[in-house]
Design a binder for this molecule. Sequence first.
Ligand code: NBX
Length: 829
Amino acid sequence: MNQLSAAAADERTRTGLSKEALSRAFLDNLFYLQGRSLDVATDNNLYQAAAFTVRDRLLERWIRSAHVYKEQNARTVCYLSAEFLLGPHLANNLINLGIIEAARAAGDELDLDFEQILESEEEPGLGNGGLGRLAACYMDSLATTQIPAIGYGIRYEFGIFDQVIVDGWQVEKGDTWLRNGNPWEIPRPKLAFPVGFGGYSEEYADEYGVVRHRWRPELQINGVAYDTPIMGYGVNNVNLLRLWRSEAPESFNFGAFNVGDYYGAVHAKIGAETISKVLYPNDEPEAGKELRLKQQFFFVSCSLQDMIRLQLRNTGTLEHFSEKFAVQLNDTHPALAVAELMRLLMDEHLMGWEQAWTITRNTCHFTNHTLLPEALETWPVELFERLLPRHLEIIYAINQRFLDEVRVRFLNDEARVARMSLIDEGGGRKVRMAHLAAVGSRAINGVAELHSELLKSTVMKDFNDLWPERFHNVTNGVTPRRFMVVSNPELAALITETCGNDRWVSDLESLRDLEPHAEDHALQQRWRAVKTNAKRELSDWLGARTGYAPDPESLFDVQAKRFHEYKRQHLNLLHIIWLYEQIKQNANTDLTPRTFIFGGKAAPGYFMAKLMIKLINAVGEVINKDPQVNGTLRVLFMPDFNVKNGQRLYPAADLSEQISLAGKEASGTGNMKFSMNGALTIGTLDGANIEIRDEVGHENFFLFGMTATEVQQRQEAGYQPWEYYQRNEQLRSAIDLIASGLFSHGDAELFRPLTENLIHHDPFMVLADFEDYRERQQEVDRAYRDAHHWDRMSILNTTRMGKFSSDRSIRDYAQRIWQVEPTPVEVHD
Ligand code: NBX
C-alpha cells in the first residue's frame, strides 16, 4: 500500500468508514430504526439499514461543509430546476465516500447479498430525460469540484411514470417511489415558506409617503423543505439538494377555517397538496396547464425566499445578494425567478427598482435546452393575471424599460420591438418565458457548440444582436462516477489497473494516458471480455423480461432515449426492416448478427411517439419469431428505460444510435454515456455528436446524414419526401412492408398515420437521410468483423472522452459564467 492510500485507510477507520464500523452501524440501524434482526429482515429492511448507515456518514461531512462555506462566505451556486433525475443513491454514495469495498466486505461477513441490497432501491425519477439528468450530473460535479451549491426543485410525490408494455403498447403506471419511505432525505418541517396565488396587487404610501406595491394573494400555501445530501467524489464536500413539498398552512385547521364548510376546507387542503403531487411527463411544455405554472412559481418562490433568509441571517442586508448567490435557471421552467426576485426585493424588502434590477440581473443566468419552436414556453397573459397579478405588473414594467432600450438601439424598427417583447401580442396574448429569462440574466448559454451557435442565429438572434457579450456555450457533460464506476465496475477496474491509479475518476482527461495501450492485443482482449460480460448480464436481464435472451456475441446496437419524431427511432426501424427483407429474399445474405435494442418513454399524449413504440414491438415480434432469420437479427424493447436500466444498458452497447435530424438535438448526453463505455457511435452532425466525433477521431465514428445547413437549405427549397420514396426502392419496400399489415396481423390501418406522415410530410427528413444511414450501417457491419480494429476504436472512444465529464462542464460554468471558486472542506476529528 502506498503512503497515500495507507493514510486514506487510516482516516477511514477513524471516521467510521471501516468494515467493522459499517457492519456495527448497519445492524444498529436494522434493529433500532426498524425493529428487525437479520433473520427476519426483508430486502427493503436491509436496504434501508444500509442507506441510513451511509447517510449518517454523509451528515457529518455535510455539517462540516455548511460550516466551512459559511465561515468563508463563499459564493454559492443555486441550481434551479423543475427536474432532478437522480437515479439510485446507495451505490453512488458508497463510491463517492470511497467505501464500496468496505461495505461489500461488511455484507459478505454478515452473509448478505450485496448486489441484491443495491437492487432493492427504488429510484427517485424526478425528471423526464436529458434536462433532469443533467441537473443530477451537475449536482455530483459541483460537490466533486468543491463548489458550494444548492439544488432547488420540487419533491414530486409521483415522479416519471413507470412504463409497462402491454401487447406492444406503452401503458403508464403511477410511480410510487415514496411507498417505502426515502431514507436519503431529511424533512425540515420548520423550514417552510408561504407562497401566494391569485388575489390582487395594490399601491400604498409607506410612512415616508413613498408609493409602494403589495400583493394581496387570495390563497396561501406552504412550501416545506426536504433536504438530500449530495456527496462529492474523493472529497469531503457535501452539498445540498433542497426540494419543496406543498402543504396547506396550519390556518387550514378545519374548525377555524370556513366555519360550516367542512368539505370546502378539505377541498382547499387537497388543492394545496396537489401542487407538488406529480411531475408533468411531457418533455415539451403543455400549453396553458394551470397546475404547471403553479408548480413553477411554487418552487421558485420558496427557493428565493430561502436564499434571502440565508443572506439576511449571514449579513443582515440584501445589498450584496448577487455577490453571495449565482442562480442558474435550468431552461425557462424557473424563469419566474426574475419577476419573483424583483417582487421580493421591492415589495417585501423595500428596495428601489434600479437596485433590485441590478441585483436580479447580476444573480440570474439562463440555460436554453431546445430550439424546437413548439417547445418554447409561453403562458397566456390571462392565466398570469389570475394567478400572479403582481408578477404580471412587474413583467410589464420590465418589458417597458427593455423595449425602450431596444428602440433607442435600433431606431425605427417596430417589427424588432414586437419580436423581442416579453409579450407575444399575436393571437391571444402570451408571456414569452425565454425572453423573460434572457432579459433578466447576466449570461445565456446553449448546451453544445452547434446549439449555442444556432441559438444566436435563430431563436435568440435579436437578443444576440443587442447583447452579444451575454451569449456563451457550455457543452454538456455527464458524471463518470455514475456512468462508469457505478454502472460498469469491471471496465472501471480494468482502466484503473492499466493506468496504475484511479485518478481518471475525477480527472477524466487523464484517460488519455491509456491511449498507447489501444494497440495492445492483450488489453484489447480483456476489453472485449469486459464488454461481452456486460452483454451477457444484459441478455439475462432482457431474457427474463421479454422472453428473448440475445446472443452476447452479436453486435448490440442500442437506441435509448425519449421517443420523439426528431430523434428518429423510425429511421433505425426502417433500416431493420430493410435488413429483414434482405434475409427474406436471400437466406444466405451475409449479415453480421445484430441485436437491436430500443428503450425510452413516450409522453402519454404523444400519439405518434406511442405508435413508434408499438411498431418496434410489432416488428420485433415478427422478426424474432421468423425461423428464416434464425437469430441473425433480434429486435428488443427494454421496458421502463430509467437511470437504473440505463446503467445496465450503457456498458453492454457496441453501437450507439445518435441519429436525430441535424439541428434538432440541442446536445444529447446519452451519446456521451455510451461512448465512455466503449460503444462506437453512428450519428449525425447534431448537438454534441459533432464534438464527440472531433474528440474520438473521425475514423472512430460512423457519420451520416445532412448537416444542419443542408437541412435548412433542403427545407427552404421545398422538401418532397415522396420523391425519395419513389426513387429509392429499398426505402419504398421497407415502408410498404409496414403499410401491408405484415407487422399488424394484416391490419393495414394501424400504422398508416406513421407511413403516410413519412411519405407526405416527413418533418424530420427521415427519408432524405435513409440512404446514407443504410450505407453507414453496412460499414458498421464490416467493421465489427475485424475484432482488433473494433476493439481499438472502442478503447479510443473511452480514452478520448475527457471533455465530456460534467466536471469539465461545471468548471466552465464556474469560471466563465458564475465566477465562483472551489471551497475545499477538511474533516478533522
Ligand atoms: O436536454 C434535453 C435536450 O433535448 C437534449 O438535447 C440535451 O442534451 C438535454 C440536456 O441539455 N431536453 C430535455 O430533456 N427536455 C426536457 O426533458 C423537458 C422537460 C419538460 C419540459 C420541457 C423539456 N416542459
